[in-house]
Design a protein around this ligand. Structure first.
Ligand code: 13P
Length: 245
């Protein structure tokens, strides 16, 4: 279960949040719980993370160092001690101009630096209405994973996030979400192999909250969630984590 705080929380809010959940999280043998926080907070969170909590970044650039004002590199993330990084979130794609090619470079850079990329894919409302959801996602996957060898594919987490469901209160029905997550697993089988498809973790994201999470999480191809709004409150996030048990 992954919290994506997006551009929310001051340092004080973030620390209060993790102190509130650290002791109440289920064992990481049962659920992987991750908070993806703004980069300025990462070091503080890693220092205070409990045994069952992992910390991730929300973005990074793919180069190690250089003249890229305002960017953060995989080497810098590694030194903070984070384990995960979200790559290709739809807000990065649509608001900050990230292309499939950049996202592919970021996935590669993450894997090369032992960070687990949480690769986001998903369709717009227009694409859904045109009936091209599955082919859009397939293309995003092929582009983002190009050059990632099979030995590394299980170090990638895929998040299916229909763009029209993000922050809108509209959730994909559990059946629709399952159809796309199943297609993603099928694509991994075709691009890699059956074992990789079996083992890869596929998350659903888009207005997931305590009132709809159980329904989504019981679907066979939905292994967890990537949650924005409902991850900002510690009690609501804890409930979502426990829904994975
Ligand atoms: P919401 O849960 O706020 O819809 O956000 C989903 C998301 O974009 C997580 O990455």
């Amino acid at each position: 279960m992954v919290a994506n705080w997006k551009m929310n929380k001051t340092r004080d809010d973030a620390l209060a949040f993790i102190y509130a959940i650290n002791e109440n999280l289920p064992s990481c043998d049962k659920v992987d719980t991750v908070i993806c926080a703004p980069s300025i907070l990462l070091r503080d969170l890693v220092k205070r993370q409990g045994d069952n909590l992992k910390i991730g970044a929300q973005n990074m650039y793919y180069a190690e160092f250089g003249a890229f004002t305002g960017e953060i590199s995989p080497v810098m993330l590694q030194t903070t001690g984070v384990e995960y990084v979200i790559v290709g979130h739809s807000e990065r794609r649509s608001l900050f101009g990230e292309t499939d090619d950049m996202i592919n470079k970021k996935v590669k850079a993450a894997v090369e630096h032992n960070l687990i990329p949480i690769l986001c894919v998903g369709e717009t409302l227009e694409q859904r209405e045109l009936g091209i959801t599955s082919s859009v996602i397939r293309k995003q996957l092929e582009n983002a994973l190009e050059g990632i060898p099979s030995k590394d594919i299980n170090n990638v987490v895929i998040a299916y996030e229909p763009i029209w469901a993000i922050g809108t209160g509209k959730t994909a029905s559990s059946n629709d979400a399952e159809v796309e997550c199943k297609n993603i697993r099928e694509a991994i089988k075709e691009l890699y192999n059956a074992l990789a498809a079996d083992e890869i973790r596929i998350l659903y994201g888009g207005s997931m909250k305590p009132s709809n999470a159980k329904e989504l999480l019981k679907m066979p191809n939905i292994d967890g969630g990537l949650v924005g709004g409902a991850s900002l409150d510690p009690n609501s996030f804890l409930e979502l984590v426990k829904d994975c048990l």
